[in-house]
Design a protein around this ligand. Structure first.
Ligand code: NCD
Length: 335
């Protein structure tokens, strides 16, 4: 079937209050009202899990989890979210055991999976991979005269990680009651960290949010993103140490130096232990500040911090499942 250019839908179209059938590629698809709606459903999912454990709204639906990069939280929380909603999951986490090891391309793999599954979650080392995959699915399905199978970006290289940023903002809202006017410090590998790229964009939707960037000199926030944030009117500050601005931030978002993005292990070793949050660091922060981390941590936060009330990273990870339950139910039309 021939599809005219004008008949093609936008692969990463605005959510506009309705997630049904949408791909989730970038946080830029969301407006503030979409977030409010998503977080309402997320809170419902949390209650549902606490009261009943699971439900059957996605019975008969199947998620294909396609991970070309390592994952614990994203993979497990999407899988378990799907199961708690009554759906089923097919995992392709060790791509070394799939046809990828024979040289199959990403577009071919997702064209095939779109014939089997109702929704696909993809993690891939290349920026833009989910968009490319969504285009391949769209063409295949259009050729068959069928509606596209939604795909959710679970991290595309140094690009974005939208579901992580959604759960991060949900956590900030839960812990701080509101987001407008907060000062958020982003710490660590701001160059390669896709979670901070998505989070900074989402936070720019709120009023009066100030961002403080703390990164080793070789790993700053990408310039094009800083320009984008500037154009959106976000106030930004660069600091070189946590101590320097310890009393300034309401939210501390610590990240790991992304070892897998470095060309040599020597280059990684030069910066890998640039920051470590200890109980003494926390003592200098605002008493009501919260400390977040997308995890995994590899030394950026000392375990002694875990017991402090400011440490919310495990609760943040738990919220990931509720947000992903809401996203899966949404794209499959069950809100
Ligand atoms: C993050 C990622 O994959 O970008 N992990 C996650 O999904 N929670 C952060 C990281 O790997 O450092």
């Amino acid at each position: 079937m021939l599809i005219l250019e004008s008949q093609k839908r936008d692969i990463a179209g605005q959510i506009g209050g309705d997630l049904l059938g949408k791909n989730i590629i970038s946080v830029d698809q969301f407006e503030r009202s979409d977030l409010e709606q998503l977080f309402e459903v997320t809170a419902r999912m949390k209650r549902l899990k606490e009261q009943n454990g699971s439900t059957d709204i996605l019975r008969g639906k199947i998620l294909a989890n396609l991970f070309y990069e390592a994952s614990t939280r994203t993979d497990a929380s999407f899988s378990i979210a799907m199961k708690r909603l009554g759906g089923e999951v097919h995992n392709i986490v060790g791509v070394q055991f799939s046809s990828v090891s024979k040289g199959e391309t990403l577009p071919d793999t997702v064209r095939v999976l779109s014939g089997y599954a109702d929704v696909i979650v993809l993690r891939h080392p290349e920026k833009g991979a989910t968009r490319l995959a969504a285009q391949a699915i769209e063409s295949e399905r259009a050729k068959l005269g069928q509606t596209p199978v939604p795909i959710i970006n679970a991290g595309d290289g140094v690009g974005e990680h939208p579901s992580q940023a959604l759960l991060d903002v949900y956590t900030i809202q839960q812990k701080c009651n509101q987001i407008d006017g907060l000062t958020v410090a982003l710490v660590g590998d701001l160059k390669h960290g896709r979670t901070v790229h998505s989070l900074a964009r989402l936070l720019s939707m709120y009023n009066g949010v100030k961002l403080i960037f703390i990164a080793p000199p070789s790993l700053p926030m990408p310039e094009e993103l800083v320009i984008e944030l500037q154009a959106r009117g976000v106030e930004m500050q660069v600091a070189s140490t946590i101590t320097e601005v310890a009393a300034a931030a309401d939210v501390w978002y610590i990240t790991r130096v992304q070892k897998e993005r470095f060309e040599s292990i020597e280059a990684y070793k030069e910066v890998h232990d640039s920051y470590c949050v200890t109980a003494a660091t926390v003592a200098a922060m605002k008493a009501e500040a919260i400390i977040m981390h997308p995890l995994p941590r590899v030394g950026e936060i000392s375990p002694e911090v875990d017991e402090l009330p400011q440490a919310v990273y495990f609760e943040q990870a738990a919220n990931g499942m509720y947000v992903r339950m809401a996203l899966l139910a949404g794209v499959l039309g069950k809100w």
